[in-house]
Design a protein. Structure first.
Length: 573
């Protein structure tokens, strides 16, 4: 009997099939499920691993029919499911690992379902757990439906919490979460509800989930009491917030006063911490006896335009207490341009600008490889100081030095500011600077004793060049220079991340920024082609140099033969 060909044996390996099927679309995997029993199991696992459309699942129980004449009318069962329907559904429901439910008003993933569908499911189900192997649940819909899917095997829970109308509270739902999912390791809370309106409920939930490893809140939600409660969780390793709109945002007033008291044993496992508080409060927090000194990542977002003195003191405290720190971000208030405030850099007092002396403690962090600072005013840095910083920071992977200040009419740095990091930071992947990229001071990296392709040391791993609101003149010349030092496919970014109020001064500023972004976008458009040309130029130069070196060796051999023959003999090749 002939053995199966190698290709057939390879395609019988379930792990390999699973990897292949993961790259296919649903119709293709539906066809794969009909090939054979082995392929069917793997293909069905792939098809049902991620569930985003509950209509798709429940229609296996009983047909669903639209209720009403409108195109967006919800669907309901034509008949309530029975025990046989539930047995048929089990083949598919046990395969679901991640479930995302979105049904809010007119927004939904898949057809909308009537509340009666959930009532029928709750009444007729034959098992307490509808999706028994579910490990990740994201819920954005009526909270009254969610308990149907909550159980002890779920580890990750993303909750879109609606804004409750007092006196309604999320506490009853949080009690369900605590009792049904006590083993949660990740809690991601997304809401626009101020923390003060649900703090008691949130405290209860956090105290009831002792196995939490990561907590994600909206901005301004990590209040004094929330942090004090999180400090008691033994396994908690990460506390963070996100800037994305779907995460929501709280009220800055909730963290205007931030003074947690930490007791012995606080944050025994914490390694990543993000706070929305004043730098002064963060300093006091980190100076406590039981502060989390084993942090490897710290992100501080302040609602003040912090002084250089405050930033300097924070760096000194962290350098003394958090020697394991690998990533540090300091974001201060971006207040926009007002008629009362400075309009140009010349109007900004030098004492209000962060300089190299302010940042000097960064050299005392032995493990730091990511640093980001955002401030209202441009940093007061010189090229020589950047050279010193880059030399002392060879392991740097990401550096954002206030690339998007509000006062952005001039900068003391030029494109030359990129060169120290290209020379001394081989691991750098993202660099953000605010510079004046004018052709008047376009750096020349050519020397007479070296071929053109070897004039400058290019970045080794750079992937993102974040120019923010940097000034720019001649796009072509700048792209030509960047092609010498940037690897292929380097993304040149520009623009702002801070929000602006609707004021006349702001609109004028945004118009200037938009004009600069158009020019930087042109640089990004030109850069890949020019970089490819540079690479071809370097390769041709390398081959020419190899050929010259070969000729030099041959010439040396010939000269040695001439000398060995007495200096005037004819040497035949």
């Amino acid at each position: 009997m002939l053995s199966a060909p190698p290709s057939s044996r390879v395609l019988a390996i379930p792990e390999l099939l699973d990897m292949i099927f993961a790259y296919l679309d649903d119709p293709s995997n539906a066809s794969n499920a009909s090939v054979c029993k082995q392929w069917s199991n793997v293909a069905l696992d792939t098809l049902w691993r991620d569930l985003n459309d509950l209509h798709r699942l429940f229609s296996i129980l009983k047909p669903l029919k639209q209720v009403g004449e409108a195109p967006d009318s919800p669907y309901a069962f034509v008949q309530a499911p029975d025990a046989e329907d539930w047995r048929r559904l089990e083949k598919y429901s046990r395969r679901v690992r991640r479930f995302r439910f979105l049904q809010v008003d007119s927004d939904s993933e898949g057809p909308r379902l009537c509340p009666t569908v959930f009532e029928d499911v709750a009444r007729t189900r034959t098992s307490l757990n509808l999706l028994p192997n579910l490990t990740s649940l994201a819920w954005h819909g009526p909270l009254s439906f969610a308990p149907l899917f909550l159980h002890n095997n779920i580890k990750h829970f993303v909750l879109y919490l609606p804004i409750f109308i007092p006196p309604e509270s999320p506490l009853p739902f949080f009690r369900d979460v605590a009792s049904r999912m006590p083993s949660l390791s990740l809690l991601d809370l997304r809401t626009r509800l101020p923390m003060r309106d649900m703090e008691e409920a949130a405290l209860f939930l956090l105290r009831s989930l002792p196995k939490l490893r990561k907590v994600i809140f909206p901005r301004y939600s990590a209040t004094t009491r929330i942090i004090e409660t999180l400090a008691t969780l033994e396994d908690l390793g990460c506390v963070e917030f996100q800037y994305v709109a779907e995460q929501g945002i709280g009220d800055p007033a909730d963290t205007a006063v931030f003074k947690p008291t930490l007791n012995v044993g606080a944050f025994p496992s914490l390694w990543d911490l993000s706070l929305t508080c004043r730098v002064e409060d963060c300093i006091a927090f980190m100076k406590q006896t039981f502060a989390p000194v084993n942090l490897t990542a710290l992100y501080v977002d302040s609602q003040l335009i912090e002084s250089p003195a405050a930033v300097h003191e924070l760096l000194l405290v962290l350098a003394d207490t958090c020697q394991l720190l690998e990533a540090l971000g300091i974001i201060t208030l971006i207040g926009g341009v007002t008629e009362e405030g400075p309009q140009t850099l010349a109007e900004v007092p030098s004492a209000d600008r962060i300089n190299f002396a302010t940042l000097r403690p960064l050299q005392n962090f032995p493990n730091l490889n990511i640093f980001e600072i955002i401030h209202q005013y441009p940093l007061d840095l010189q090229l020589e100081e950047l050279e010193q910083l880059a030399r002392s920071w060879p392991s740097l992977r990401k550096l954002i030095l206030n690339n998007e200040p509000v006062i952005s009419d001039e900068s003391s740095l030029t494109l030359k500011a990129l060169l120290p990091f290209a020379r001394h930071c081989p691991e750098l992947e993202q660099l953000g600077l605010f510079i004046n990229a004018s052709t008047a001071d376009l750096p020349s990296t050519y020397h007479a004793d070296l071929p053109p392709a070897y004039q400058s040391k290019p970045f080794s791993k750079l992937r993102r060049l974040s120019m923010g609101v940097s000034l720019i003149a001649d796009e072509g010349s700048i792209a030509l220079f960047l092609s010498q030092i940037c690897p292929l496919n380097t993304d040149v970014e520009c623009g702002i991340t801070w929000e602006t109020p609707e004021q006349r001064e702001e609109q004028a500023l945004l118009a200037v920024i938009q004009e600069r972004c158009v020019k930087w976008a042109k640089v990004l458009e030109l850069l890949p082609l020019l970089t490819k040309l540079r690479m071809e130029e370097r390769e041709r130069t390398r081959l020419l140099m190899a050929e010259v070196e070969d000729l030099r060796m041959r010439s040396g051999v010939l000269m040695d033969r001439v000398k060995a023959a007495g200096g005037d003999s004819c040497v035949m090749l």
